[in-house]
Design a protein around this ligand. Structure first.
Ligand code: TPU
Ligand code: MG
Length: 634
């Protein structure tokens, strides 16, 4: 048999065989060049070129190749993915990472999920980490990594461990003085790694296969410990290189331990301050979930018996049906009756709180230093002392065991709340009347149940979602620290990928934000997610209009509901509906509840100026904070 060989492919195959690389995924790839592969096998085992009909000798060689190396660098990473609890990872292929993707496919327990672009893939991994504890995104060299960067930085800001994997250049290229595609066209290879280092808690470059186990483990261990993204770059010619089998997963996990002396001192100080206070109050912050302190916080709340307010980015971390819940504390835009009680308290224990311009309404809602115990992930700040090396959950739980009951702030809240109850009741609108924000909110509120996660995008959706009541068991997701519009669609996709089978996901997304990353709805259709999206079409960037208006806040309208049929193409089962009245919305929600096999998008059309009163107030305060003139320094 005379076989015409492609010289380059032949050399590549010979090279791989010499390295002992021969697995299923690689076989599938090589099927297209079967003859070249067989000839290379034969030459490798006989040292000369010949007819490759000798299948017995060939299989002996293949067997040897298989036993020579059972693990590759890519397999190692795939095993670690599985061990950290990933059932999916998100990716976009590119020539540098194709072989790595083959190597990851080798692990059948972790599914590869393609996204429309790398920004979406990173957001999807971030959304997945919210529900699953960790996520991963795999991209190609530079062009893929740079696109993903916004989502990775977002995961850092939101404290979510996302393993960010990129293929790197071939290890031979720097010394060969080569110029490469997907670079800025210089011989400098250092800038991507340096840039990514700034938004990850650990960044490693695998340039030698023997370093892979240590470096991969270091990155993953740091990400899990610090609850932040970590970067792993694997040279494109190393993912198939032989590699040690991963050590047992337990060896990877190390947790920092609380310093017992510091804990004792901090608990004694906190107990004295809380017991001496007349009006103690608890404030739940965003880090409670990140650092596994939700249960300990509740334990402390029940021991203290006081009022419990929740910061906007911690909504859902203390049950809203709990008798001690007094609402969302967000300064001047707090839920009804909450702000006066927080202002009235004389000692506040803020657990895992982050006081930023957004969460404090332009720095107008920070409890005074002398009335604040600020329990942070690894330290506790008192008015006159600070103790470090204390895990948040350990601290809260220990204080709970020492503190005396004092329900003064809760009793006062109940008095206040009785006064304002009548104001918050909302009656349903006429079915044929044009849809309003109040009616929209009322109907979405009615649609929430204990199995729902409500995910809200930046914009007025924050405010609409924030002041909805979460039934016990319902969850809430918001990206308040990073606040990048376009997050919600792909994060919804990623979150739904990791969601428990008996739960449902409802997302509220503004028209402006939707336009950034809309195409990921196509993948919700591809994977048959039963997600419900309320697309709030208020014709533009209303949140920006309320901070500072101008012509730039008005955008091209789209037929949002109509997009679904385009994305369905020949095989999808998404459903796009439009609601312009309360009656149409009620009808659409009913249809959405019954729909199966794909997402439902309900385009809700409301007036541009029909926004939350809280947004108006918040927008004015944030604008004021933004517009502070530069300080004179002379
Ligand atoms: O409800 P609404 O109209 O406020 O929401 P919509 O329509 O989604 O508009 C959001 C407008 C908005 C912008 C333009 N919110 N924040 N921004 C600024 C911004 C720009 N680019 C990114 C990536 N993130 C941002 N937050
Ligand atoms: Mg809008």
């Amino acid at each position: 048999m005379v076989v015409k060989l492609n010289r380059q492919a032949f050399e590549h195959a010979t090279n791989l065989i010499e390295q002992g690389i021969h697995d299923d995924a690689h076989n599938a790839f090589m099927a297209r060049r079967r003859h070249t592969w067989k000839r290379a096998c034969f030459v490798a085992s006989h040292g000369k070129s010949n007819d490759c009909s000798c299948s017995v000798r060939l299989s002996i060689f293949e067997e040897r190749a298989n036993t020579m190396s059972t693990y590759t660098v890519g397999n190692y990473l795939a095993t670690r993915f599985e061990q950290i609890g990933l059932k999916h990872y998100f990716m976009v292929p590119g020539d540098y990472n194709l072989v790595l993707l083959d190597q990851l496919l080798w692990n059948k327990h972790v599914q590869q999920i393609g996204c429309c672009n790398e920004l979406n893939a990173a957001y999807a991994a971030e959304g997945y980490a919210r529900v699953n504890g960790a996520g991963a995104v795999v991209v190609t060299f530079n062009v893929g990594a740079f696109s993903a960067l916004n989502g990775v930085a977002g995961a850092y800001a939101e404290s979510l461990p996302v393993i960010f994997v990129s293929a790197g250049y071939n290890t031979n290229d720097p010394s060969a003085n080569h110029l490469l595609h997907h670079t800025i066209g210089t011989h400098d290879f250092s800038y991507p790694y340096e840039m990514i280092q700034r938004v990850t808690c650990a960044a490693v470059q695998i340039l030698h296969a023997e370093d892979a186990p240590y470096l991969i483990d270091h990155a993953i261990r740091t990400a899990l410990r610090e609850r932040k993204p970590a970067y792993i770059e694997i040279a494109c010619n190393l993912s198939t290189a032989p590699c040690a089998e991963p050590a047992p997963f337990e060896t990877l996990l190390t947790s920092e331990a609380t310093n017992q002396q510091a804990l004792n001192a901090a608990v004694a100080t906190a107990t004295t301050l809380l017991n001496d206070a007349k009006k103690p109050l608890l404030l739940a912050g965003v880090h409670l979930r990140t650092y596994g302190a939700i249960d300990a916080f509740r334990e402390l709340a029940e021991a203290l018996g006081c009022g419990v307010a929740v910061m906007p980015n911690a909504k859902g971390f203390f049950p809203e049906d709990h008798p001690q819940f007094i609402g969302i504390y967000w300064g001047g835009v707090s839920s009804s009756s909450c702000e006066p009680i927080v202002d009235w308290a004389d000692m506040i224990l803020a657990a895992g709180a982050m006081f930023t311009d957004y969460t404090t309404v332009g720095w107008t809602a920070i409890p005074p230093r002398e009335q604040l115990i600020k329990a942070e992930p690894w330290n506790v700040r008192f008015p006159h002392a600070e103790y470090t090396n204390i895990a948040l959950a350990d601290f809260l739980s220990a204080v709970a065991k020492n503190v005396r009951k004092n329900d003064t702030t809760l009793e006062q809240y109940r008095r206040e709340a009785r006064k304002t109850l009548a104001e918050t009741e909302v009656r349903s609108a006429e079915a044929n009347a044009p849809l309003t924000r109040v009616e929209l909110r009322r109907q979405i509120q009615d649609d929430l149940d204990a199995k729902t996660t409500l995910l809200v995008e930046s914009g007025d959706s924050w405010f609409n979602g924030m002041f909805m009541h979460l039934p016990d068991g319902a969850r809430f997701e918001i990206e308040m620290q990073w606040g990048s519009i376009g997050w919600a669609v792909p994060a919804t996709f990623g979150y739904a990928m990791g969601l428990e089978a008996d739960r449902r996901l409802v997302s509220m997304i503004g028209d402006g934000s939707f336009q950034l990353t809309a195409q990921e709805v196509a993948n919700m259709i591809r994977y048959g997610h039963n997600t419900l999206i309320f697309l709030i079409n208020n014709r533009g960037y209303v949140v920006e209009s309320e901070i500072h208006d101008g012509p730039y806040n008005y955008i091209k309208n789209w037929d949002y509901a109509g997009l679904i049929s385009a994305w369905n193409a020949e095989d999808g089962h998404g459903l796009g509906l439009k609601a312009t009245t309360g009656g149409e919305l009620a009808d659409a929600i009913k249809k959405a509840r019954e729909h199966r096999g794909g997402p439902v998008l309900i385009e809700c059309q409301i007036e541009h100026d029909d926004c939350s009163p809280q947004l108006l107030k918040w927008g004015a305060k944030v604008a004021f904070a933004n517009e502070r003139p530069p300080q004179q320094t002379y």
